[in-house]
Design a protein around this ligand. Structure first.
Ligand SMILES: [Zn+2]
Length: 162
């Protein structure tokens, strides 16, 4: 599939347009004009192509923020996480739609386009990506010994009632 077609068919809502070096395969987000990995930097300029991240990711590490910066007061406590994407780049972002105590290292998330902050009562609204639990994160960590070898539905049922 051509890059142009890929761009047209990719939902823009995740807004995770990076770049990829077609010489060494490294993906960058935010996008870079040259590849710092390749030895001949200037030659890598023409090797860089737009690359849309899938929006999938895994929590690498996280912190629960209780004292928010100005403009974020309404959202505390919130989870700020380092998210490793399957494409390579590690993103920083807020994890939403989940209780802070449910977030763990290895938690599967998906990028979602959300309001980031609002300046004043009638102020400028900033949008960007945040992370929400991905569909399969309910079956993800931690599956203890009791869950081993059991159907996913039974595990999900147990988790829902506990
Ligand atoms: Zn490269």
């Amino acid at each position: 599939m051509s890059i142009a077609r890929f761009w047209r068919e990719t939902p823009r809502r995740y807004n995770l347009g990076g770049s990829k070096c077609t010489s060494c395969g490294t993906v960058y987000f935010p996008p870079r004009a040259v590849c710092p990995v390749c030895t001949h930097h200037r030659q890598s300029i023409e090797k860089m192509v737009p690359f849309q991240l899938s929006g999938e990711g895994t929590v690498l590490s996280f912190t629960v923020v209780h004292d928010a910066a100005e403009g974020f007061e309404m959202q505390t406590p919130y989870v700020l996480a380092l998210v490793k994407t399957p494409e390579g780049p590690v993103l920083t972002g807020q994890v939403v739609d989940v209780r802070p105590e449910e977030v763990a290292i290895g938690f599967k998330v998906r990028a979602t386009f959300r309001k980031l902050r609002e300046e004043g009562r009638a102020g400028v609204i900033h949008y960007g990506y945040k992370f929400a639990p991905s569909e399969d994160s309910t079956a993800a960590p931690p599956l203890g010994p009791a869950a081993a070898g059991r159907p996913a539905e039974a595990v999900a049922r147990d988790r829902a009632t506990s």
